[in-house]
Each structure stands twice: as structure tokens, then as C-alpha cells.
Design a protein around this ligand. Structure first.
Ligand code: SF4
Length: 442
């Protein structure tokens, strides 16, 4: 039986972010699949538009494009927004099919079990979506597929996830990136295209959401395929959003050598763990030569006790050595810290001293948040407060600080930004923000 091709609108809900406006890579993979299947598809990236008239704009796009399949990309902080929008849209367009996918759907699919959502996509990879778009999404079709939740006679049915994936079944359609390039930015760093060369993470930090993806199994894409992709992107700055790109040294070496061999002149940003950087300084000159400039390191904490509490499997000493090895090789260490809810005044002071002593310029601070689906949530779910979805972005208190009032904690949290960010701006202005040997403000 033939089935009518859907007309697909993919939506990335907007949320407050001062630090970045990024390419909607996840949705671009869906758009690439639609392109291959010759299904009309459009990405509506709300980050490209103002906050005003959001719903009006959305309705107009649906009407004009005659879209009948709406896909929302969900993060932890957009759950309530998506459920609200699904209700509003169904009231106006009762015949559309609404699907929710993305990281939050992958980990916590039942958050979207409402009257207005029709499908929740939690599978690893897009093979199930391909089947649905090709053959339809009636319950008798869906019953043989993996990683999908749907309703039958008003009752939600959950199909188990399929196997973890180690690659993509199609290339992304990056038109949304090129179209949105004008507004694309990372704070003080410029415009970046994204690429993903692996899935999940081999470690298991207490607060980490990413390691639970892909059924918790770390897998890697063929690295030559990744080089091909990098070469094809019409942009010179690429951010590997892998949870830890620097994991298998031989693979990193192959990547760098191939980039150099092909004469690809681009700059790269990627995540690496402190223990890897501390133990493998010999790979860093090659990484620099291949074009790596920014390394994001989850330093998380500056004491062994807190690192153990986070199950980070690194030490304070690893952190210090990682920063030193990066700086010695002219690679910028972007230090990511997670401020614990137990932080004392002294901890805030010590953190600032650590940053100064280790000459860290680029820093990012998050507040310890027990996201649903993480090990931290299991541990802290009875203690969370104000656990509204829009607050789940790592910049809000969800566990009452134990050593000061919430007001003081937030004040200190903002204050460490005041103490660090102006220097990043001044150094960027003077063109010295990537001089890793330099100290001081200019
Ligand atoms: S925080 Fe980083 S190293 Fe730890 S599990 Fe998550 S992605 Fe892996």
C-alpha cells in the first residue's frame, strides 16, 4: 500500500544563551535523510529569529509550507515549551503529526507522553525514521520498528531501542547552517560548523548526560569518513562536538596526518579529557599542525575529593598537567568547571586562585545539575528544587546550596564571570587571546 509522502517541518526551539548560537546539526541529519528520500523538508531554527511573535511565525510557516509532519528537537530545558507548543499547534492544525526527538527524547521519552504529541523518537540513529518516512506511521507499521513511542487506542506503546550505532546512514543537509551563518557565533571565537565523529563517551561522570546516549555505548565513526566530511564543509572553523575527540591516540594521529596530507587548512575545536592530555603531550604538536587551536577540557573541579565525588576519574594533578601541556603547544585550554552545590566561599576563592596560578584565560562555569537520566538524578532526585525544565541548563540552582544562601551562591556564580570574562574580551580585542604563554590583560 502506498503512503502519502509527509511534508516535514523540523523545529529547533530557542532558549536563552549568551555564549553561542550554533548550527542545528542534529536536525540537519534528519533533513539530509529527507533529501535522500525526496521528502520536502524545512528546518525552522528559532535561534535565527527574535523572541517576539514566535508562535505566530511558526503557524505562518506551517500554513505556507503546508507541512503535515512536525518534528521538535528536545533538550532538557525545552520540554515544557515543546509540550505547550504541541497543544497549541494541535488546536489550530488538528491533522498534523507531531514527533519529538533529540537528546531529551532519547533519554527521557515519557516526558512527552501527552495527548498532543503523536510520536516520540528515542532510537539510536535514524533507521527507524527512514522506515517511517518511507512507509508511514500507522500503529501496524510502527509495531515492528525500534526506538519509537506511539499511541494505540489512546495508550502509549514504547518500542525498545535498537542497537547502538557507529555511523550515520546519510550525510547532513547543511543548508540551515549556511543560511544561518550570519547569526552563528561562539562567544569571542567566531562562527563554527559542527561535526560529530563518535557517539557517547567511554567514561561515566556522575552528572553527565552525554555518556548515556547511544544506549551508553561509546562508538567511533570511520575517521577517514570524518576527514572527507571536514573537507566538504564550506567553512574554515569546525567544532567536533564529540564528548571526547582525543580518546584513541592512533585515531587522532591518523586524523591529523590525513588533514595535513590533503592540505586541508581549517581550524578545529574539540573536547579532550585532562587525563589524556596529561599523559599524551607528544600528540599535541601534531594536533596543532593539523589545525587544532581550541581544546575544551572538563576540568570540573580543583580538588581530588570533588573530582572523585563527580566520578571523573581524573585528579587535580591531571588538570594542572593538561593545561600546561596544552599551553606549551600553543593550544588554548578552555576549562569547563562544574560548581558543586556544596561549594563554600573558600572554594570560590580557591577556584579563582587555580585559574590565575595556571594562567587559564578561557573558562566556562556551570552549576551542578542532576539532569534526568544521569546517575546524579538517581542520587539527588529527592533533593531537587525548582526543577522546571527551562531552568535545566546548568546556570540555575536545582539543589539547595549547603554552605551559603541561594542568593549568595548565585551572586558568587555571577561574580566569577565578572572576574574572568572581561579579560577574555580585552585579550580578544588586542589579538592575544590565543597566545597561551602570555599572562596579564593585553
Ligand atoms: S563529562 Fe565528559 S568524560 Fe565524563 S562521561 Fe561525560 S562526556 Fe565523558
Amino acid at each position: 500500500m502506498s503512503h502519502k509522502k509527509p511534508r516535514v517541518l523540523l523545529i529547533r526551539p530557542k532558549y536563552y544563551s549568551l555564549v553561542a548560537n550554533l548550527e542545528p546539526l542534529g536536525l540537519e541529519y534528519l533533513a539530509g535523510l529527507a533529501r535522500d528520500l525526496k521528502i520536502p523538508c524545512w528546518i525552522h531554527d528559532e535561534f535565527q529569529f527574535p523572541w517576539t511573535l514566535r508562535f505566530y511565525r511558526l503557524c505562518r510557516i506551517i500554513k505556507e509550507g503546508r507541512f503535515d509532519f512536525i518534528g521538535f528537537n528536545a533538550n532538557a530545558n525545552t520540554v515544557d515549551y515543546i509540550n505547550k507548543r504541541a497543544k497549541q499547534l494541535k488546536a489550530i492544525f488538528p491533522d498534523i503529526t507531531i514527533m519529538v526527538g533529540g537528546p531529551e527524547a532519547e533519554l527521557n521519552y515519557s516526558e512527552f507522553f501527552t495527548d498532543d504529541v503523536d510520536l516520540v523518537y528515542h532510537d539510536n540513529g535514524l533507521a527507524t525514521l527512514k522506515e517511517m518516512w518511507r512507509y508511514g506511521f500507522t500503529p501496524d507499521r510502527l509495531k515492528d520498528l525500534t526506538g519509537i513511542c506511539y499511541k494505540e487506542n489512546g495508550r502509549w506503546i514504547t518500542k525498545e531501542k535498537g542497537q547502538p550505532v557507529c555511523g550515520f546512514i546519510n550525510k547532513p543537509d547543511r543548508s540551515a547552517f549556511y543560511r544561518g551563518l550570519k547569526k552563528n557565533y561562539i562567544f569571542m571565537k567566531g562562527k563554527y560548523a559542527l561535526s560529530k565523529a563518535s557517539f557517547s563517551c567511554p567514561y561515566n561522570c556522575l552528572f553527565c548526560y552525554c555518556t548515556k546516549m547511544n544506549s551508553g555505548e561509546y562508538t567511533e565513526r570511520n575517521i577517514m569518513e570524518v576527514v572527507d566530511e571536514v573537507e566538504e564543509i564550506h567553512h574554515d572553523k569546525i567544532w567536533f562536538v564529540d564528548d571526547t575527540f582525543f580518546f584513541d591516540k592512533a585515531r587522532v594521529r591518523d586524523f591529523c596526518n590525513e588533514i595535513i596530507k590533503r592540505g586541508i587548512k581549517k581550524t578545529f575545536m574539540a573536547y579532550a579529557r585532562a587525563d589524556f592530555l596529561a599523559a599524551n603531550p607528544d600528540i599535541l604538536p601534531l594536533a596543532y599542525k593539523a589545525g587544532f587551536r581550541d581544546i575544551l577540557v572538563g576540568l570540573e573541579a580543583i580538588s581530588d575529593e570533588t573530582l572523585d565525588e563527580y566520578n571523573k576519574q581524573t585528579s587535580k594533578n591531571d588538570n594542572i598537567m593538561a593545561i600546561k601541556n596544552l599551553h606549551d603547544n600553543n593550544l588554548v585550554c578552555n576549562g569547563l568547571f562544574v560548581i558543586n552545590y556544596t561549594a563554600t566561599r573558600e572554594d570560590f576563592h580557591k577556584l579563582m586562585k587555580f585559574i590565575k596560578d595556571n594562567n587559564l584565560l578561557w573558562v566556562i562555569f556551570g552549576i551542578f545539575t542532576p539532569y534526568k537520566g544521569t546517575d546524579a538524578y538517581d542520587e539527588y532526585k529527592d533533593k531537587v528544587k525548582n526543577f522546571k525544565s527551562w531552568r535545566l541548563d546548568g546556570t540555575h540552582i536545582t539543589l539547595k546550596p549547603t554552605n551559603m544562601s541561594s542568593f549568595e551562591y548565585m551572586f558568587r556564580y555571577y561574580w566569577i564571570h565578572v572576574l574572568t570574562y572581561p579579560k577574555i574580551m580585552v585579550r580578544t580585542f588586542f589579538g592575544t587571546a590565543y597566545d597561551t604563554k602570555r599572562r596579564g590583560w593585553f
